[in-house]
Ligand binder design. Structure first.
Ligand code: ARG
Ligand code: ZN
Length: 423
């Protein structure tokens, strides 16, 4: 069962090794002096003002809830936007005072000690101290399929717009009629912490299998760490803050569909953009994108096995349940809330952060075409959650890599709690 395994690094030159988890790529500093502001919106006049700023292209929404909106503002507009907010007597504070600085600091270069460890020990390149490129994450999956082939397998379930593989790892219980549990990350390109956290969970489920509860060992886990490989790679190479996939939209200059507006349940409703230049563009139709389609087809082929579904996003520290398409509670809202609270308590108990639990449209905003709604509404997977990982806004999407282990630990606690309840 332990097949002969040749560590990939041994055969390679030291030149290749330095590519491991390369730090911030030095390219032109596009985010110099850009800021992120948290704007408090206590009434509809305030919300209107923020919408106006967005509409005029002076600020972009990074996130929002019922009391505030985080606005990303380019350097050239910072004074103007702050002036406009003051004039409207609106409260705000600066979350990030230089986005480029945050980008430069988030992913430190690999140390020589780590390099040595790699050359001597590992058969894959992934660490939990750095954010890694797709090849390292996928290599990590393949490594497990190779050395743990008795219960781990890797499947390419489809291809992205640009032809990259959508890789899924199955961690098998070994039981033919086992319940199944879904986990994914990396839907939104810039939410790097979700890819690292899901990788951490995979590592726990495999390497620490013996300390896992028996009931959890009896589950088949199906996990896709990078739902949007094109966007993920693009966010490493070109635009750190890229969100969508890389669809070339027909007849439009703007690229990309928001994969979390593209799912086929109540598609195209509130909170979903109709135009390709919007960050929340829902695509040309439900499941129009190969990335969502691949996963939908895969799940529907075995939908009745699935008892739970968790899709990871960032940021905000929320455990969200359907519906997201409108301010509407599911019939089992009470039970969804109960299990969400158990998960939040488990996260805290593990030494983690505080997560708020609630219906996603009520706690944040309505957004249709989300994966969670599809899983519950179309695939009929009852325990369907979106977990918005750290942080609370201090770093937002640019969460330093030093948080990966903390995030992984608390997220794993949440998964264990939800999975236990779900089965
Ligand atoms: N931040 C996520 C997004 O905007 C939240 C999704 C919650 N689910 C939903 N169906 N709206 O995509
Ligand atoms: Zn997201």
């Amino acid at each position: 069962r332990i097949t002969t395994f040749v560590p990939i690094l041994n055969a390679e030159s030291s030149e290749n090794i330095t590519k491991i988890a390369a730090g911030p790529i030095k390219k032109k500093s596009t985010y110099d002096g850009d800021q992120v502001l948290r704007v408090f919106t206590v009434n509809s006049k305030h919300r209107k003002k923020v919408k106006e700023i967005e509409r005029d292209g002076k600020g972009q929404r990074w996130g929002s809830n019922t009391t505030s909106v985080d606005l990303y503002v380019k350097k050239e507009k910072v004074e103007e936007v702050k002036g406009a907010l003051e004039k409207a007597s609106m409260d705000f504070r600066v979350l990030i005072d230089d986005v480029q600085q945050a980008v430069d600091d988030e992913n430190p270069p690999i140390t020589s000690e780590e390099l040595n460890e790699f050359t001597s020990r590992k058969g894959h390149r992934l660490t939990f101290d750095h954010y890694h490129r797709m090849a390292d994450v996928h290599g990590f999956l393949d490594y497990f399929a190779s050395i743990k082939s008795d219960f781990v397998s890797v499947h390419t379930i489809g291809q992205s717009v640009e032809g990259r593989p959508i890789k899924l790892i199955k961690i098998s219980s070994g039981y033919p009629n086992a319940s199944a549990f879904w986990i994914d990350g990396g839907t939104h390109a810039r939410e790097w912490i979700t890819v690292a956290t899901v990788s951490y969970i995979i590592n726990e489920l495999i390497e620490n299998r013996d300390s896992l509860d028996r009931e959890l060992q009896a589950i088949d886990f199906y996990i896709v760490p990078i739902m949007n490989p094109d966007g993920y790679e693009y966010s490493h190479e070109q635009e750190r803050l890229w969100r969508k996939n890389r669809r070339r939209n027909f007849g439009a200059y703007c690229v990309g569909t928001d994969l979390n507006r593209n799912w086929g349940y109540e598609w195209g409703g509130q909170g979903s953009g109709k135009y390709p230049c919007q960050e929340t563009y829902g695509g040309s139709g439900p499941l129009s994108e190969p990335e969502t389609r691949a996963v939908a087809d895969f799940i529907l082929q075995r939908a009745n096995k699935f008892k739970g579904f968790v899709t990871f996003h960032s940021y905000g520290q929320y455990i969200l349940y359907p519906w997201g398409y409108a301010k509407r509670q599911p019939a089992d809202a009470e039970d969804m809330d109960r299990v969400g609270r158990i998960a939040a308590a488990a996260m805290k108990q593990s030494g983690g952060a505080s997560y708020s639990v609630g219906n996603s449209a009520a706690l944040l905003y309505a957004a249709s075409g989300g994966a969670d709604d599809w899983a519950k509404g179309a695939a009929k997977i009852k325990y369907s959650y979106t977990i918005e990982l750290r942080d609370n806004g201090r770093y937002g999407f640019i969460l330093p890599a030093s948080y990966i282990k903390t995030s992984g630990k608390e997220a794993f606690a949440a998964v264990r709690a939800i999975a236990k309840e779900a089965i």
